[in-house]
Design a protein around this ligand. Sequence first.
Ligand code: PEP
Length: 230
Amino acid sequence: MPKLIAANFKMNGSFSFIEEWFNAFNKEDASSNEVIVALPAPYLGMSGNGNVKISAQNVSTKESGAYTSQISVSMIADNNVSYCIIGHSEAREYLNESNEDIKAKYDLLIENKVKPIVCIGESLETRESNETFDFITKQLEHFKNIEDEITFAYEPIWAIGTGLVPSDDDIEQVVKHIRSHFSQTVKILYGGSVKGENASNLLNNLDIDGVLVGGASLNPQEFAKIAQSC
Ligand code: PEP
């Protein structure tokens, strides 16, 4: 099965940076995996030259109206984006997003035929107090009745941008826990300090369907190495 290899540029880049990134990445063999790049909103119209699908990094819970600064689902869909990340821990923290908000975004994206990637994951404090599984269950609560395929990204907050990666066993246990809530196919990406050197183990040895890559994705050669790891 091809894997989903997703880059999250976060609030990085410019027209020239992204153009150069696409040129450099397109020179690499992305293998048969599905490659996605989540761009900052002003750059969503930039084309990935067919090799790469574009994702948004967030979307409003509102459809239109007096919500200055927000970006609606129809606006991102107008840019032909294929995917949208929702529930990233940085958006949950800095924008105070709740599990209810994230489910509202999910519903709007599905209605507009943009595929959501729902980020979930525990803080270090939650892990150290042995509450990871209860915490993840709470994050999944609003999704329990969905019957279609869902894509989650399991991103332990303490692994994002820190160079720390959970043990294979810890990742597998959470992945199994997520799958246990659903009877249908659930795609699960792992995210948190994925790099060229650890991607092969994650993608080939664990029960995950792909990876979500932040920092390391800004280097097109390193991201290509990750995309070629399986
Ligand atoms: C992310 O922000 O989704 C992420 C996984 O970041 P990093 O790869 O830098 O840990």
